[in-house]
Design a protein around this ligand. Structure first.
Ligand SMILES: Cc1ncc(COP(=O)(O)O)c(C=O)c1O
Length: 494
């Protein structure tokens, strides 16, 4: 059976007609039609293979046979809701609990990362009786109304979005381009003190902190690795104010960071959040997610008297799939692979940093790695257009990578966990070539040019894929060829 129902052109037309225009597509001037996938590879309608460096949802590999089988077998037998007793539900809760610190023992199964974070907020409000939430700058926690409110990544995109009066935005603990950087003697304390001051300001205005929410490593925010000890101090300030700590592991959980199963554990054994939210990789593509919390928080939620019911959350099929994902992570030592291949990839990228002035920073843990492109290593001028150019050129060479962060200049690696050292070699080799060409076009010399900022290049360019403006001298500098300029402009418009 052909995996393609329509010709590509018709798929594009139908999509334009029937799918909301704010649902963006990758590479909009020449979108990819994917019809099949396996492991870390995706295949288009012509059978062309793409190396997938971005799909952390397909955590144990696209269409992993064990996961597919577990889902299909359970689907043949029964699928229903959690109002009936079922062993899958309790076994899976037990399995998840075993990966977490003891006090995180109570699960709520839901269907998406957004649902998980929305429920986490409800738990926090109910448990504390407070209303105010502290979130981090550039954070993204989901698409439902309550989460757009706590997602500066989103609400900064819209000129009419007003910041909710109960939401307070603390600086992102980014030691590369944030308020306190690598040379600071104690960035963890400095960033945590920002939260402490924020708590005081909220109190002065008569507010009360219900929760601090953060991704354990910021993903959309630009692959930010918070300094160790930051979460412990934040948790202390927030708990002293009667609030709780929510760790969003929707992107980074399930062994991706290599050394630990959960990314919050990177902070140290002395740190345990009050709520952990999970999503994306949990079902390897099957829509499911989970909120795990303490008995105390769960009991407070119960005490409101309101029943919690979720039609699909925790159904036997989802639980079977979730258990299969956990099994494959262990069976194939994917956490170990993330550690080994992640280190290998990071080392390769570090060499690129030595070679290419456009590379400002390499940071990551396991198979969660960011490469930040800058036009000036001292001023940290974001190389936004260059980052777009890199991902477009990689796509032309059948490698899928994305650029994110507040300036869309951070190349994000978060591939399926079966990614290999050969895959890492391939993508880094291509990036090396692309950066060499870009730097040549920009007139940059790898050995001496730390600054590529050129005042004459500061002209307005179209917006990038996410609606952000790209400032670049690239087209300007890449010769007089109108063709190059057109191509560049077209790409930036996508
Ligand atoms: C950190 C984080 N939390 C929550 C969400 C929301 O998850 P979903 O899209 O499954 O609702 C996302 C989605 O990208 C995310 O990156």
């Amino acid at each position: 059976m052909s995996a393609e129902r329509f010709e590509k052109k018709k798929t594009i037309d139908l999509r334009k007609k029937h799918i909301g225009p704010s649902c963006k597509i990758f590479f909009s001037h020449d979108p990819i039609k994917i019809v099949q996938a396996k492991g870390q590879y995706m295949y288009d309608e012509k059978g062309q293979r793409y190396l997938d460096c971005i799909n952390n949802v397909a955590h144990v590999g696209h269409c992993h046979p064990d996961v597919v089988k577990a889902g299909a077998q359970q689907m043949e037998l029964l699928n229903t809701n959690s109002r009936f007793l079922h062993d899958n539900l309790v076994s899976y809760a037990q399995r998840l609990q075993a990966t977490l610190p003891g006090k995180l023992a109570v699960c709520y199964f839901v269907n998406s990362g957004s649902e998980a974070n929305d429920l986490a907020l409800r738990l926090a409000w109910q448990y504390t009786g407070h209303k105010d939430i502290i979130t981090l700058d550039n954070a993204y926690h989901g698409h439902v109304s309550s989460l757009i409110d706590i997602s500066p990544y989103k609400f900064h995109q819209s000129s009419d979005a007003e910041q909710n009066q109960y939401v307070h935005v603390a600086p992102s603990p980014d030691v590369y381009r944030g308020k306190y950087r690598g040379e600071h003697p104690d960035p963890a304390t400095a960033y945590a003190d920002e939260v402490k001051d924020m708590v005081h300001r909220v109190h002065k205005k008569g507010g009360k902190i219900a929760a601090f929410i953060a991704e354990s490593l910021q993903s959309c925010g630009g692959q930010v690795i918070p300094p160790q000890g930051y979460f412990q101090q934040v948790a202390q300030h927030v708990r002293e104010a009667g609030g709780i700590f929510i760790a969003d592991e929707v992107q980074v959980g399930f062994g991706r960071v290599g050394t630990h199963f959960w990314a919050f554990q990177l902070q140290g054994e002395d740190f345990v959040p009050d709520i952990v939210t999970m999503g994306k990789p949990i079902g390897n593509g099957h829509p499911m997610s989970c909120v795990v919390t303490t008995k105390e928080v769960a009991e407070a939620f119960m005490s409101s008297g309101m029943e919690y019911f979720n039609t699909f959350g925790g159904n036997p099929v989802s639980c079977a799939i979730g258990m299969a994902v956990l099994d494959v992570i262990v069976k194939e030592d994917l956490q170990g692979n993330a550690l080994r291949v992640g280190r290998y990839l990071t080392n390769l990228l570090e060499k690129q940093k030595e070679k290419h002035p456009l590379v400002g920073d390499i940071r990551g843990r396991g198979l969660f790695v960011g490469l930040e492109l800058v036009k000036d290593r001292l001023k940290l001028t974001p190389a936004t257009a260059e980052a777009q150019e890199v991902i477009y050129r990689l796509k032309e060479q059948y490698i899928l990578l994305s650029a994110d962060g507040p300036h869309r200049n951070v190349l994000k690696f978060k591939p399926p966990m079966c990614f290999t050292t050969e895959d890492a070699d391939l993508v880094v080799e291509k990036i090396d070539h692309i950066l060499t060409e870009l730097e040549e076009a920009l007139g940059l010399k790898s050995h001496n040019a730390l600054s590529v900022e050129n005042e004459s290049n500061k002209r307005k360019l179209p917006t990038d894929e996410n609606g952000h403006q790209c400032h670049s001298g690239l087209a300007h500098n890449r010769g007089s060829s109108q063709e190059v300029l057109n191509k560049q402009t077209k790409r930036l418009k996508t």
